[in-house]
Ligand binder design. Structure first.
Ligand code: GTP
Ligand code: MG
Length: 202
């Protein structure tokens, strides 16, 4: 499969700014600094497309990218980079019902076909569990992606994936996929998962 184009469309700070054309969308979510923007760049094979930063909380807006491929099943879709949760003072809001804008985007938008929930391979935390619980309650398909897998040794990796599966044992359908934006491990599998989300008839 070839990525024909991947372009930044806009940053949204209010729900009424989201594209309204109902193209399928997959959203990337996870706590701050987990590697969302890096993964989007790796997946779309575009180095500087999404802003990467060492400083947590860099992405505060909903950034929308339009992707076109030569695969007829996913000819055109939005990749949506959501703001990181669990950063600084947002945790109370997260517990109360999550960041309202993220909620509004995910539930109020016909196009959203699924969420890739990124968690750090080296360990999960309660914000991740809150996110999974909320997504399940909302009936939104979710796939767990364990990021920064290059930071683990081969033997650590197996243990880490098993631990994540355990931690989110309530999730029957969601699998856990190891990903590295440095080595691009997991890229083909992630594309396969996205294809499945986008083509499922919701
Ligand atoms: P926010 O926008 O703040 O929520 O962060 P983010 O989730 O978009 O994370 P970002 O992609 O900006 O990456 C955060 C830091 O982790 C950067 O220093 C990246 O270089 C590093 N990083 C991201 N992915 C990987 C990976 O797969 N492997 C390694 N070794 N480092 C990574
Ligand atoms: Mg980011």
């Amino acid at each position: 499969m070839k990525i024909l184009s991947a372009e930044f469309i806009k940053s949204c700070e209010r729900p009424d700014q989201f594209p309204q054309d109902r193209l399928p969308a997959v959203a990337f979510i996870g706590r701050s600094n987990v590697g969302k923007s890096s993964l989007i760049n790796s997946l779309l094979r575009r180095k500087g497309l999404a802003r990467v930063s060492r400083t947590p909380g860099k992405t505060q807006l909903i950034n929308v990218f339009l992707v076109t491929t030569d695969d007829p099943r996913i000819r055109k879709f939005y990749a949506v980079d959501l703001p990181g949760y669990g950063y600084a003072k947002v945790s109370k809001t997260v517990r109360a019902g999550w960041q309202p804008m993220i909620e509004q985007y995910l539930t109020g938008h016909d196009g959203v076909r699924g969420v890739l929930l990124l968690v750090d391979s080296r360990g999960t935390e309660h914000h991740d569990a809150d996110a999974v619980a909320w997504l399940i309650r909302s009936g939104i398909p979710v796939l767990l992606v364990a990021t920064k897998s290059d930071k683990l040794t081969r033997s650590e990796r197996a243990g880490s994936l098993a631990a994540l599966r355990d931690a989110f044992g309530i999730l029957e359908e969601a699998d856990v996929l190891a990903y590295s934006s440095v080595t691009h491990e997991g890229r083909d599998e992630l594309w396969q998962a996205i294809r499945k989300m986008v083509t499922s008839d919701e």
